[in-house]
Design a protein around this ligand. Structure first.
Ligand SMILES: Nc1ncnc2c1ncn2[C@@H]1O[C@H](COP(=O)(O)OP(=O)(O)OP(=O)(O)O)[C@@H](O)[C@H]1O
Ligand SMILES: [Mg+2]
Length: 243
């Protein structure tokens, strides 16, 4: 089954069709890559799928259910969580509080019982240990290095109670040892049966992680399929070389 589907999705930003008549589907329990030159509409697609902006035309379905009039605050109720291009954390909050906030997403505005609070704290510690961030748990997130903050952001989004995870260039600017860690986290996420959409420029990472890849060029879908054959198609090479 498709976790996410778009049909004829179109979004204009000023005169530009940032996303142009896009029809694609993300198989459930897979990692789907989205690639394309700068400005090809990848982040705009993610914004549409997460309710940050509204399409001009077309439809989005989440697990077969139409995504209608959704706003970013309600997207969690569809089981969708996302990261942004660049790091967005609560820098004044501690590392562990950033995770706790994600864990308690659904109950955040209700007061938590003592017992739930304790369980969440245990779980947050476990998550930070698995990501190799346990030593920074009580430091403000703003004091971590760029790579650690990026890792924390990914860890935080994976901690959210969501079964569809949208990631906008999570590997950008990371050192090889953190790339290995993030790759392992994403493989684990897939093994847990969750669905991942990965916007990424690094084709080696796409080949290693993705089951399916879609290629955008100026808002349009120009190719899609398993990475091996898709990335060697002439139109895909041309879009990249022409970039
Ligand atoms: N806030 C904005 N104001 C003006 N134009 C925008 C804005 N956001 C996106 N665009 C335009 O929409 C198109 C798609 O941009 P988008 O950011 O989705 O591309 P992208 O594939 O994510 O690029 P990148 O690889 O650089 O992140 C581009 O032509 C871009 O210039
Ligand atoms: Mg982008």
């Amino acid at each position: 089954m498709a976790a996410l589907e778009t049909k004829d999705l179109t979004k204009k930003i000023f005169a530009v069709k940032a996303v142009d008549n896009l029809t694609l589907s993300l198989p459930a329990g897979n990692i789907t890559g989205i690639i394309g030159p700068n400005g090809s509409g990848k982040s705009t697609l993610l914004n549409l799928l997460s309710g940050i902006c509204k399409s001009d035309q077309g439809k989005i379905k989440v697990k077969g259910r139409a995504l209608a009039d959704v706003n970013p605050h309600r997207i969690a109720s569809y089981g969708i969580a996302r990261t942004f291009q660049g790091v967005r954390l609560f820098n004044q909050m501690t590392t562990i509080d950033n995770i706790l906030l994600a864990l308690s997403e659904k109950s955040f505005f209700r007061s938590l019982s003592r017992r739930t609070e304790k369980n969440l704290a245990l779980r947050a510690n476990e998550i930070l240990r698995a990501a190799g961030l346990a030593d920074w748990a009580y430091k403000p997130a703003g004091e971590l290095s760029y790579g650690q903050r990026k890792l924390l952001e990914i860890t935080r989004v994976l901690a959210a109670p969501a079964d569809i995870i949208l990631l906008d260039e999570p590997f950008a600017g990371l050192f090889p040892e953190i790339i290995v860690k993030v790759s392992a986290l994403l493989k684990k996420t897939r093994a847990d049966g969750r669905t991942v959409m990965l916007v990424e420029h690094n084709l080696k990472i796409i080949r290693e992680l993705c089951d399916v890849v879609y290629v955008l060029d100026r808002g349009k879908l120009i190719a899609g399929g398993p990475p091996g054959e898709t990335l060697s198609r002439p139109e895909v090479l041309a879009a990249y070389l022409g970039n």
